[in-house]
Ligand binder design. Structure first.
Ligand code: SAH
Length: 334
């Protein structure tokens, strides 16, 4: 729902502002078009039908994985394409992976979105609509949307205004009412954005895509590292921690023979010493890039080397890879 346009229309027609909340409630209840928004007078519904779609982003594709992960391809009126993925976990937990941009300018070499090139920033309402879509789907699965992670297409901290606006709504009592601890923003290490989060009162989680323990390897994998090298990035994380009191989550993608030696693990542990970090080891999902996932034995050895240094990593296993819905596979092929 394009809130900016809707607000102008409603004002022009002398309609009250609470219509927006009513429209969102109707979306949440599964309304497909304005004619389903029964809280509105019929005349208003008919008028809106001619002016703008109820949902921003028309569903152009929908795929369901054997592990119950669902991926939507969404297309805006300007042709911009983005994807949203709802991941099913045990015990009824459901995590939505949202997109914040219709592409990505940062060109990480292991990421399919990076290979697409830049796309425009999504509006807060385009992010919120991904969450509403997922909440309706989770209900249909007899479950509930519990977590939202900004790990879809794009770099969320390059679009921080919209990302934070949407996060505020996700956590608002009259929004989706999620706990802020269950909303995570994942970044390549966009330092100005981390400073921005440090000042923002919304207590969402911060996750850093680190993926290497030395600048040479990291710059090879992630060109952004040339601009914001590891030392600057981790200094920003420590300021975040000291100011907010919240720990920082470090994501580390294990790439065979690239960054998965026990020496890398010890370097990583040294970098993270004297901080409040939690390390998440990530299985690589194949893309067109030149990399391979670390085999399970190397993964184990890496995790053990970290443990020997006092870090207790968790391992994120791949979900939805059969429908190209896993981390790093979102590339708008729909
Ligand atoms: N731009 C943000 C959010 C999008 S990526 C960021 O980089 O953090 C979300 C996560 O998926 C990041 O940790 C990213 O590094 C990881 N990722 C990217 N490509 C991947 C791949 N091929 N396999 C597994 N994880 C990948």
């Amino acid at each position: 729902m394009d809130v900016a346009r809707l607000t102008r229309l409603l004002e022009g027609w002398g309609e009250p502002a609470y219509r927006i909340t009513q429209a969102r409630q109707a979306q949440r209840a599964g309304a497909v078009s304005w004619s389903d928004v029964t809280a509105f007078p019929r005349v208003l519904r008919t008028r809106l039908d001619q002016e703008l779609p109820l949902w921003s982003g028309e569903i152009s594709a929908r795929a369901e994985s054997t592990d119950a992960t669902v991926k939507w391809g969404l297309r805006g009126e300007d042709g911009t394409f983005w994807e949203a993925v709802l991941i099913a976990h045990a015990r009824g937990r459901r995590t939505l992976c949202v997109s914040s941009q219709g592409g990505c300018a940062l060109a990480c070499r292991f990421c399919a979105t990076g290979a697409m090139g830049p796309g425009r920033d999504l509006a807060a309402s385009e992010i919120i609509d991904q969450a509403l879509l997922a909440a309706v789907e989770a209900d249909a699965q007899g479950s509930r949307l519990t977590n939202v992670v900004y790990m879809g297409m794009g770099e969320p901290l390059q679009n921080a205004d919209a990302v934070l606006d949407a996060a505020r709504w996700l956590t608002a009592a009259d929004g989706l009412g999620l706990s802020a601890r269950r909303v995570a923003i994942s970044t390549v290490g966009w330092v100005p954005g981390i400073s921005r989060l440090t000042r923002d009162p919304l207590p969402v989680r911060l996750a850093i895509s680190l993926h290497a323990a030395d600048d040479e390897t990291r710059s090879e994998l992630m060109p952004i590292n040339v601009r914001y090298p590891i030392a600057n990035l981790l200094a920003a994380c420590r300021r975040y921690r000291d100011t907010t009191g919240r720990r920082v989550f470090i994501e580390y993608l294990l790439l065979d023979g690239v960054n998965d030696d026990p020496i890398d693990a010890r370097r990583l542990a040294a970098l993270l010493r004297d901080g409040d970090f939690h390390v998440n080891l990530i299985e690589y999902n194949p893309t067109s890039g030149p990399y391979r996932a670390s085999p399970p034995e190397r993964r184990e050895r890496f995790a053990e080397a970290l443990a020997a240094e006092g870090l207790r990593p968790s391992i994120r296993h791949s979900r939805g890879a059969d429908i190209a819905a896993a981390c790093g596979q979102l590339a708008g092929d729909g």
